[in-house]
Design a protein around this ligand. Structure first.
Ligand SMILES: Cc1cc2nc3c(=O)[nH]c(=O)nc-3n(C[C@H](O)[C@H](O)[C@H](O)COP(=O)(O)OP(=O)(O)OC[C@H]3O[C@@H](n4cnc5c(N)ncnc54)[C@H](O)[C@@H]3O)c2cc1C
Length: 350
């Protein structure tokens, strides 16, 4: 552990690591603390879609900037992170499902994204071998993908090469304040004075801030993802349908998920934030499956208040590792196989 730093970053997921790289490139002394292993949570388990399609308008400038950053990432980090502009296609089954895509296209008209509506015949050209008669879809050729298992470690290595210090297995328990400003981060291995702290703690940020009397209104959802061995698939385009999605990864296998199903584990926060999240629940209720399971008790057992002198919840759970929902994965595979039979019997999961 260095004696001090300019910026302390709490969390070694892709957000914390990218912030570290950016600061290190600018010569700012920066230290990243990760309670478990780098990118051990969301950042190595996601689908890897780099998407502008369907972004809410306020998010669109960020998505476009992110797109530009992925483009130059190989030069920045000196490694392949799997970024390819293979396009993203969403297929829909009826007019009601197409309507939000039409509205979105109208709204983003002057951003030159190259997104366009496509017919069933065009979908058949783009992704051969399909069995469904799609009502239509939306296609953005300039969207793409990156490889979660390559990107975070490449970014971490590049940040370290530029002088960033990264410390794994070291939780930040809290902040030490002086005159209302952050003066240090308090870690399980002692205090590190800093001028600025960046909280990039993913699903843990709410608990971290709660101990400092700041309410960050976030609730977790769990998605399950299936990965296949290399197979000959129908396309390199990432394809999303209402009840499945798939995309080819760098090894030639496919990443498949049930787009129509997320598990929302009920916990104390679900009650505390119920009013704020009611509109989302009303809008997305078809996709969200509420679950009252092990998570409820595990969550209750984790402290919400602690002293920085003693162990924090972040040391008790180094890496959050929710159970895979075999039901959701099986649904996704069944729906995909019905739509593109080329996936029948050839997917042996990895
Ligand atoms: C199934 C799934 C699919 C997804 N698909 C996509 C996709 O296709 N495209 C896309 O753009 N996004 C996708 N996402 C979202 C994307 O993965 C996240 O937005 C991104 O990984 C968030 O990165 P992060 O660094 O903020 O958080 P995380 O990756 O969660 O990193 C936070 C880190 O902080 C550490 N930490 C927390 N508290 C402390 C502490 N007190 N001290 C030290 N360390 C701490 C944690 O251990 C963790 O490693 C998907 C997510 C999931 C779950």
């Amino acid at each position: 552990m260095p004696r001090d730093c300019e910026v302390a970053i709490i969390g070694g997921g892709i957000v914390g690591l990218m912030a570290a790289l950016t600061l290190a490139e600018r010569g700012v002394p920066v230290v990243v603390f990760e309670k478990g292993t780098l990118a051990g949570e969301q950042s190595s388990r996601n689908l890897g879609w780099v998407r502008k399609t369907g972004r809410e308008l306020p998010d669109l400038p960020l998505a476009m900037e992110s797109d530009r950053l992925w483009d130059i990432m190989p030069q920045r980090v000196g490694r392949d992170v799997g970024f390819r502009r293979t396009g993203i296609l969403y297929c829909v089954r009826n007019e009601a499902q197409l309507a939000p895509h039409e509205a979105w296209l109208d709204a983003v008209g002057d951003h030159h994204l190259g997104s366009r509506l496509v017919s069933n015949a065009e979908i058949a050209d783009l992704v051969p071998g399909g069995q469904e008669g799609w009502y239509g879809g939306i296609y953005t050729p300039s969207d793409g993908k990156a490889e979660p298992q390559l990107a975070a470690s490449a970014i971490a290595r590049a940040a370290m090469a530029k002088g960033a210090v990264i410390i794994e297995q070291c939780a930040v328990r809290g902040l030490s304040l002086a005159a209302g400003r952050v003066a240090a981060v308090v870690t399980e291995r002692g205090e590190l004075p800093c001028k600025v702290a960046i909280l990039a703690g993913g699903v843990w940020s709410r608990r971290f801030l709660g101990n400092h009397d700041v309410s960050l209104p976030t609730l977790p959802v769990i998605a399950s993802v299936l990965r296949t061995k290399p197979i000959v698939g129908p396309t390199d385009i990432a394809v999303g349908a209402p009840d499945f999605s798939f995309r080819k990864d760098h090894s030639g296998g496919f990443t498949i998920t049930q787009r129509g199903g997320f598990i929302a584990p009920l916990a104390l926060d679900s009650l505390l934030l119920a009013r704020q999240f009611a509109p989302v629940l009303r809008k997305e209720w078809r996709q969200i499956r509420l679950s009252l399971g092990r998570h409820f008790l595990d969550d209750l057992a984790l402290p919400r208040r602690w002293q920085p002198t003693g162990p924090s919840p972040f040391e008790k759970q180094r890496t959050i590792n929710p159970d895979v929902s075999q039901t959701l994965n099986a649904e996704a595979l069944t729906n995909l196989r019905a739509a593109w039979p080329v996936f029948q019997g050839r997917t042996g999961s990895a």
